[in-house]
Design a protein around this ligand. Structure first.
Ligand code: NCD
Length: 359
């Protein structure tokens, strides 16, 4: 069965199918209305969300399907101590597909081990956010007409911003991508993305500390919010919160054909004066998110019983009773998930669920 937990769960042809179905839905909305009647989507949101949850809900409604679920885990059996695996076993009896957001990293991957229906990761801690990635890819395709060959600048919180981690992983599926990382020291991209993703797949990346020095090179500028809720240290947060702000003066340094993306919510990192610039694509991006989620739901249900669309073949996990995942926010340190690991190509041992480096 196909789940979407990490962007690399999708092959390039599968990504292409989803993006082109989304474009077809945009062009012929009426053809798809009712295509999911009698189908149900469960949205299990253990962490606050407006856009992602409503986007899934609206997507399923447009397809004529129904939606059930919770947006606050306190109102579910989770508050009685139910495990993620038990919750999805139960919900799988009521719904055809599950979209889950969780503050614990790896929770959705752990849930797939027992689920009888496809699970979509709608965000796990600072780790991954693959449906935002599909949204971003569709947006780049629609704004620029191509994804291959782009130079993309990621600006802001590259450390905790899961949308950045996921999009970089997905971009390894494309040709001639160049990545520029614009962030202060405190918010730099985690090593596992730089080493295991960019270096391993040969995506050139460069780290800079100001927007000005690279603005004119970019085809896409991907802005992000500082993830206050993921900071462990308030003082550290205060130091970096206003670090990188996009305004009209900085936009004037950019190419005429260029797209500014932001997963939203924005706090103060893009001034509202930029909103009327034709290159500001972030509100169009929100709408693309609904269409791409429609396409994803249709495809996952279509692929469910098709052996040609399974999960990628993984190597056997490494289990060693001496080893522990060091990440306090990982599922194996929060539920009875086993501590298991995989060895990255550079020999580093990483947690199976959250990719944290073990030793
Ligand atoms: C992002 C998220 O939740 O990771 N938002 C979203 O999904 N639209 C980005 C963020 O919260 O800053």
């Amino acid at each position: 069965m196909k789940h979407l937990i990490d962007p690399t769960d999708l092959t390039k042809p599968e990504i292409d199918e989803i993006i082109s179905l989304a474009q077809d839905i945009i062009a012929h909305r009426e053809r798809y209305q009712g295509s999911m009647s009698h189908r149900k989507l469960a949205t299990l949101f253990y962490e606050p969300s407006t856009r992602t949850r409503l986007s899934f809900t609206s997507a399923m409604m447009e397809l004529g399907g129904n939606v059930l679920g919770f947006s606050d885990a306190r109102s579910s059996s989770v508050s009685k101590g139910e495990s993620v695996q038990d919750t999805v076993r139960v919900v799988g009896c009521f719904a055809d597909v599950i979209a889950m957001r969780h503050h614990i990293e790896g929770a959705q991957l752990y849930a797939t081990e027992v689920s009888t229906v496809p699970i979509i990761n709608a965000g796990d801690g600072s780790h991954s956010h693959p449906t935002q990635t599909l949204t971003d890819l569709l947006t780049i395709q629609r704004e620029l007409g191509h994804i291959d060959g782009i130079t993309i600048g990621f600006c802001g919180d590259l450390r905790f911003g899961r949308t950045v981690h996921s999009l970089i992983k997905a971009l390894t599926r494309y040709k001639d991508i160049k990545v520029i990382l614009i962030a202060p020291d405190e918010l730099k991209l985690p090593d596992y993305i730089k080493q295991d993703v960019c270096e391993r797949t040969g995506i050139p990346y460069r780290e800079v500390e100001t927007m000005e020095e690279v603005m004119g090179e970019l085809d896409v500028l991907y802005m992000t919010r500082v993830q206050k809720e993921r900071f462990l240290d308030e003082d550290e947060f205060d130091r970096v919160k206003d670090s990188f702000v996009l305004d009209s003066a900085r936009m004037s340094l950019a190419k005429q054909k260029m797209a500014v993306l932001h997963p939203l919510p924005r706090v103060n990192e893009i001034l509202t004066e930029v909103d009327s610039d034709p290159r500001a694509a972030y509100f169009r991006q929100v709408e693309n998110g609904k269409f791409v989620r429609e396409a994803l739901i249709v495809k996952l249900l279509e692929w469910k019983d098709d052996p040609a669309h399974g999960m990628p073949e993984d190597e056997e996990p490494i289990v060693d009773s001496e080893l522990r995942c060091p990440n306090r926010k990982c599922i194996c340190n929060n539920e009875h998930a086993p501590h298991k690991f995989h060895r990255a190509e550079n020999g580093v041992l990483r947690c199976w669920y959250c990719d944290s480096k073990v030793r």
